[in-house]
Write a protein that binds this ligand. Sequence first.
Ligand SMILES: Cc1cc2nc3c(=O)[nH]c(=O)nc-3n(C[C@H](O)[C@H](O)[C@H](O)COP(=O)(O)OP(=O)(O)OC[C@H]3O[C@@H](n4cnc5c(N)ncnc54)[C@H](O)[C@@H]3O)c2cc1C
Length: 379
Amino acid sequence: MIYDVAIVGAGPSGSTAARKCAAEGLSTVIVDRAEFPRDKPCGGGVNMRTARLLPFDISPVVEKTVHSVKFYSGTKHPYTLTSDEPLTFITRRSRLDAFLLEKAIEAGAKLEEGFRLHSVERNGNVIITDGDRSFTARKLIAADGANGQTAKFAGLGAARDMTVGLEGNLPVPTGQDSDFDRTVSLSIGALPGGYGWLFPKEDHINVGVWGPRSEASRLRNHLATVTRSYGLDPDDITELRGHHLPVRFKDSPMGDGQVLLAGDAAGMVDPLSGDGIYGAVRSGGIAADHVIAGLNGTETRAYQEVMQELMLEEYRVGKTLRDAFYVAPSFFVRLVMRVPPVWPAACRMVRGESSYQHWKSKLGPGYWILAGMAKVSRR
Ligand SMILES: Cc1cc2nc3c(=O)[nH]c(=O)nc-3n(C[C@H](O)[C@H](O)[C@H](O)COP(=O)(O)OP(=O)(O)OC[C@H]3O[C@@H](n4cnc5c(N)ncnc54)[C@H](O)[C@@H]3O)c2cc1C
């Protein structure tokens, strides 16, 4: 059988692509080396801009709904800002990913688990194999995450800026205030070019740090420092796990007419916020739309061009803002706390009601000052 589309990787990116393709009536096979439910190193924060992309409610897998952020930088004591509307859902990736994948299967996608991609061949169609099983398809979506091999096997290369994250779990501390369950803590600038977090989960808390690759060897120390600043003992951390969070370089590949990259495989981690589930779901959806249009004969532009318009320019501006932000993170955090319109603007961003490009146009010439700072910080 020749499938319309094969998808490698059943994380949020692959399952979103599979759901959309199958729902449009394309014969769709999705393969993953894991058996589901499977876990993945991740804080499991699904912000509102991500949840809004999904045409169904994810409340069955939501453990906490966050309205407040407690900032541990910029002032001597932590400072909490609250939003009336929810900002982020806290999930567990084992449950979230299985739930998203279930939606793809319900839409008609065929799942092959325990399939570790071994090679990709092209002969007009694309053939993927794990050594034992093989599937032939007209199009291929590579959604196999940060360390995925599909792009390389397909001859596309996979260079991305491999930023690093480390996370682990702790028991819920006693004597928390009543808002503990709906508050995330952020330690912005806790490490050069990155931040630390505390997320409340159903029966534990998750702490982690994210930063540039140059901080990889110091992540454990940064996590210990951040954990202590939350009044917790780093020796109590269990299930410590690290992983890459790939951020695109300007010329990182997006694919060609037949093989399309999505999610971490394409480096779609947001360069400023570090969230990757949004980039995974959004790019998985765009890749699916492109495959559908390609097979229907209604495609008018290359995938790279479509992505440029819908996501890549946005992330380019985000990267500039990040580079400027980390020149003086405490100063920018103080702006969020002290300058009244900034916090609501940040909330609108998290909820998907605003964008970095909108901030760029609002800032006017101020953006170009930030771009200058970003340029100096990159040297
Ligand atoms: C410590 C840490 C904390 C994070 N916290 C957050 C957060 O709170 N919120 C947020 O939005 N983002 C967070 N992220 C980023 C987020 O986890 C990723 O961006 C997101 O999972 C990307 O989704 P994806 O579908 O592209 O890839 P993945 O979720 O990684 O899925 C890829 C799939 O491909 C499969 N696969 C890989 N190789 C092969 C192969 N050879 N053959 C077959 N299958 C293969 C894997 O088994 C996996 O199921 C965090 C990341 C880290 C490291």
